[in-house]
Ligand binder design. Structure first.
Ligand SMILES: [Zn+2]
Length: 332
């Protein structure tokens, strides 16, 4: 039989008939009226935004910090708006604004907690700032964090370290930052010569790191910074932007940081550059290199800015790539 809209509708009507019959029967047989059902009190909320998976012996927890909307116009510097809109349409995303999500990682290795990036704290868009609630819902407390590893110094990665009122959020953590990132942003001469529009970013870095400047540990590239976690130079997005390899037993994870601001745009079109990429050409080369490696090694990847839980694999497709999210699993 050929399935048409008409046959589907007819099927629905037939299927509905016995249900109506059952209800009529139930009403006939009920001696006392049923208790009226209570009103659901769900509210417009999802389950807490955390997701766990294993990489060898390391328990990884992705913790979401909400999202921010960016107007699509002007977001990709080297592509026509209509081409960007076509990419959004291909991914069934809106044609006017891009939802950018924020996802940190907590690595639990034998009870030692390492946090990679910290979210927006109380300084981000009203649709962000969910991190602490989600982190606590995942069973953690900020006092338990041993190490905070920072990938680069953009506000959405560092502001969670220190509240607006100056309070340090992770009282017992050692803070580790990329050496080239520190050298760039903490250079007072560079700050004084920076264009007006960039001064705020320099000041934001000083707000977070100024009070702990003596204690911040600066790490180099291609270095095992905590057991199993190796820094990988990934410059372009910022001068010291860093990715990581997490390895434990046979488990491997490529932690891509801000190689992309959304896979639907920059994984599919790796030569496009977002307004946030400080050196577009260098960012493009880094993105191609990392995506190509992930695809050829069939490695699991984690992004900071991808639809939650922000982990999956990379497949080659045409002149670009495709992000294939993991299948949600109830088992860790
Ligand atoms: Zn970012």
């Amino acid at each position: 039989m050929t399935i048409t809209r008409r046959t589907i509708l007819a099927g629905t009507a037939l299927a509905a008939a016995p249900i109506g019959g059952t209800i009529a029967l139930a009403q006939t047989n009920t001696a006392t009226p049923a208790t009226p059902p209570s009103t659901p009190t769900t509210g417009p909320r999802q389950a807490p935004g955390f997701y766990r998976y294993k990489v060898g012996d390391v328990e990884v927890t992705a913790v979401n910090d909400g999202f921010a909307q960016r107007p699509l116009e002007g977001f990709v510097k080297n592509a026509e708006l209509k081409d960007v809109q076509a990419a959004m349409q291909e991914a069934f995303l809106p044609g006017d604004a891009l939802p950018i999500t924020f996802n940190t990682l907590v690595l639990n290795r034998g009870g030692r907690l390492t946090l990679i990036d910290t979210g927006n704290g109380d300084m981000g868009a009203p649709t962000s700032g969910r991190w602490m609630e989600n982190f606590r819902a995942a069973g953690f407390d900020p006092s338990q964090v041993d190490t905070v590893v920072i990938s680069h110094f953009h506000g959405d990665h560092i502001n969670g370290l220190r509240l607006k009122d100056g309070t340090a959020v992770f009282p017992n953590a050692e803070v580790m930052v990329p050496e080239p990132e520190w050298a760039f942003w903490m250079d007072d001469t560079r700050m004084s010569q920076a264009p007006e529009g960039m001064k705020g970013a320099f000041q934001g870095v000083r707000r977070v790191f100024g009070p702990i400047a003596e204690d911040v540990k600066r790490y180099g590239m291609e270095t095992e910074i905590v057991p199993g976690l190796t820094s990988v130079a990934a410059p372009g997005h910022t001068p010291g932007h860093t990715a990581y390899y997490l390895s434990s037993g046979s488990g491997k994870l490529m932690i891509m940081s801000d190689i992309t601001n959304h896979p639907a745009l920059f994984v599919r079109h790796p030569d496009w550059s977002a307004v946030f990429d400080m050196d577009a050409e260098q960012a493009r080369a880094t993105r191609r290199r990392m995506l190509d490696m992930a695809a050829s090694e069939r490695a699991q990847v984690a992004f900071y800015h991808a639809p939650f839980p922000s982990t999956g694999h990379i497949a080659k497709e045409g002149n670009g790539y495709r992000f294939v999210p993991v299948q949600w699993s109830p088992a860790v």
